[in-house]
Write a protein that binds this ligand. Structure first.
Ligand code: PEP
Length: 256
């Protein structure tokens, strides 16, 4: 069994629908100019699709990786507006699936997230699979049931190897973009439930290797107490990732 210490923390920036090719490249250059512990922490920048090329060019001489915010599961064809995994060749090594904004605003279902995750893995990229409960579900005490269902829908159909190669982001919907983060205790407990669910799907060794981030209003003010917790293997960062210095502070807090 891989020890938890063997999991390399990963901090990903989700720029959402912000920045175009030029200001995206400028932000990427500002991030790479920061003093980042890149030997210890994996760093991924996820610009909008129109910025993938310029951001990939801006970080090509650095270990900083690039990720897509969204992909479709088919490889090519009549799917207006969509981007496939093969189209990301040479541009991105990661792709986010299941972000709550995609689930809530664009009707992405658990089945869609499963298909996209399989397509990302088949194309040789790493999926960042986002899961998390809504405020109503949190208030109703349904967090464990929601996480079990969302995680099982995806990880039941992966192999143990695919599971170990994946990244999961625990993102309580009530914490995203609200300035109200989960407490370190809440995040750690939920991430423990997620890891147990992955173990039930694909066995404990694979579950001990999958990296599970916390996401939801992570900032320089709260990153130390969140990211120092055992089992929290980094962060998926929205708002604070649009500022290079703030994002760098979060990356530094992820050093084990
Ligand atoms: C996100 O978009 O995944 C996110 C966590 O956003 P924020 O950090 O702004 O809450």
């Amino acid at each position: 069994m891989t020890s938890p210490q063997a999991r390399r923390p990963i901090v990903a920036a989700n720029w959402k629908m912000n920045t175009g090719p030029d200001d995206g490249a400028q932000l990427a250059r500002a991030v790479s100019a920061e003093d980042l512990p890149l030997a210890q922490v994996e760093v991924v920048l996820c610009p909008p699709a129109t910025g993938l090329t310029s951001v990939a060019e801006a970080v090509e001489d650095s270990p900083i990786a690039v990720g897509a915010q969204h992909v479709y599961w088919e490889s090519s064809g009549a799917f207006t507006g969509e981007i496939s995994v093969p189209m990301l060749t040479g541009l991105a090594a990661y792709a986010i699936t299941g972000h709550s904004e995609r689930r809530q605003l664009f009707g992405e279902s658990d089945l869609d997230v499963r298909r996209k995750t399989l397509a990302i893995l088949s194309g040789g990229l790493t999926p960042i699979v986002a899961v998390g409960e809504s405020l109503d579900q949190w208030d109703a005490g349904e967090t464990l049931a929601v996480l079990r269902s969302q995680v099982t829908q995806v990880f039941d159909v992966l192999s143990p190897e695919q599971t170990a190669a994946s990244v999961i982001a625990y993102e309580p919907v009530w914490a995203i973009g609200t300035g109200r983060n989960a407490s370190p205790e809440q995040a750690q407990e939920a991430i423990g439930w997620i890891r147990d669910t992955v173990a039930a799907c694909q066995g404990r060794p694979a579950a001990e290797r999958v990296r599970i981030q916390y996401g939801g209003s992570v900032s320089p003010d709260n990153c130390d107490e969140l990211l120092s917790r055992d089992g929290i293997d980094g962060a998926l960062v929205g708002g604070a990732s649009l500022d290079a210095a703030q994002f760098a502070a979060i990356v530094r807090a992820a050093v084990p």
